[in-house]
Design a binder for this molecule. Structure first.
Ligand code: SF4
Length: 366
């Protein structure tokens, strides 16, 4: 382990942390003065992956009102869960929440597991989420390492990711450092030491030790930070080996029937966002190729583009080009490709990009 004043760092972070500094409803006490349940922490942590706190808060509130515990969630259908998650992206997280809630009911009698090893057996719960639940909800000395924590630790101890083999070693090292820190925090007499320490680490990375221009003057760890001493904060963590961005174009078609209903299709079981609805879409293509693709589905794609929208999913920067179209005489509706009214559409989970396109069409009165 690198030489570092672990206990002092833990004490300084604990003294710095104020749960109200970044207000989050799952951090507040409930009306009866007790903390929120492990289930609610799990839901918040799952929503927070790749998503800003401000975006998550209304989703979390709606979710907790509808499904206040794992037993209630286990009764939901996948379509209801997808609809509730609509707009948060990375939909496998929502599917896994449902599967994990069902597993909690069948394997743990509906009682939320308190052991790290038990949590790791549930769908969608990896070392980060298990560590976050065990430390935040149960105050256990379990480490967490996410993008924010990686940045803080790499800067504090000047750890680099030069090549892939050493990156793997560094990541393992970061988990060990995080464990050491939360175990030293547990030695303090703070009643919620592990919970507060890990939340403090998350807040430090999100608000002080930011990717650009970290606020080192305000940082409670500035006196022990090796990167600050060298003035090399911007070099950590090393950005080598990050996946490169891939640009892609998709073509979508907007078709209405004589009754004003819109044609939509359901994404197949194999694809990203599976189970979500969208206007018929040809991925990674151009207008010419999309014409033949849609012809096979008995949809005629017109020439004049209606609009386009850019969005990002993992490493993909996607431009969706939307064209009007018509079905031909041979077109037949199917279970996963059909016309729906505006009211029916309201009840279905729709991909975020197509929700935006549909709102655009509505605004234009199309
Ligand atoms: S001193 Fe600066 S670089 Fe070091 S941990 Fe604090 S904010 Fe990050």
């Amino acid at each position: 382990m690198p030489d570092f004043p672990y206990r002092l760092a833990a004490d300084k972070l604990l003294a710095w942390f104020r749960p109200e500094a970044r207000p989050m409803p799952w951090r507040e006490l409930k009306a009866d003065g007790t903390p929120h349940s492990a289930y609610s922490i799990w839901i918040s942590e799952s929503m927070l992956q790749q998503t800003q706190v401000a975006t998550v808060i209304p989703y979390w509130k709606r979710w907790m009102e509808r499904w206040p515990d794992a037993a209630a969630l286990a009764q939901a259908t996948e379509q209801e869960v997808m609809k509730m998650w609509e707009g948060l992206g990375y939909y496998n997280r929502a599917r896994n929440l449902l599967k994990a809630a069902q597993a909690i009911v069948t394997r743990f009698g509906g009682k939320f597991p308190t052991e790290h090893s038990e949590l790791l057996t549930l769908p969608g719960i990896g070392p980060y989420t298990a560590g976050a639940i065990c430390s935040i909800a149960f105050n256990q000395p379990r480490p967490i390492v996410d993008g924010n924590v990686v940045r803080v630790l790499c800067r504090l101890l000047t750890i680099t990711f030069e090549q892939i083999p050493s990156e793997l070693k560094s990541r393992d090292l970061l988990w060990r450092i995080s464990t050491e820190l939360v175990c030293r925090a547990a030695e303090s007499d703070h009643p919620r030491a592990c919970s507060y320490f890990n939340q403090a680490m998350m807040d430090l990375g999100a608000t002080v030790c930011t990717p650009q221009n970290p606020s080192c003057l305000l940082c409670p760890l500035n006196a022990m930070c090796k990167a600050r001493a060298e003035g090399s904060q911007s070099l950590y963590p090393c950005k080598k080996n990050l996946p490169r961005t891939v640009h892609r174009e998709d073509v979508a078609v907007f078709v209405r029937d004589e009754q004003g209903r819109v044609l939509i299709e359901r994404r197949s079981g194999e694809s990203r966002n599976q189970g979500f609805w969208q206007m018929p879409l040809a991925e990674d293509t151009d207008h010419k190729k999309a014409v033949s693709y849609f012809r096979k589905k008995h949809i005629r794609l017109e020439e004049k583009q209606l609009t386009q929208l850019k969005h990002a999913i993992t490493k993909f920067q996607i431009t969706v080009k939307l064209y009007p179209g018509q079905t031909d005489a041979k077109f037949k509706e199917k279970k996963d490709l059909r016309f729906v009214t505006a009211e029916e559409l309201e009840q279905l989970p729709v991909t975020a990009s197509h929700s935006k396109l549909l709102r655009f069409l509505q605004k234009k009165g199309l």
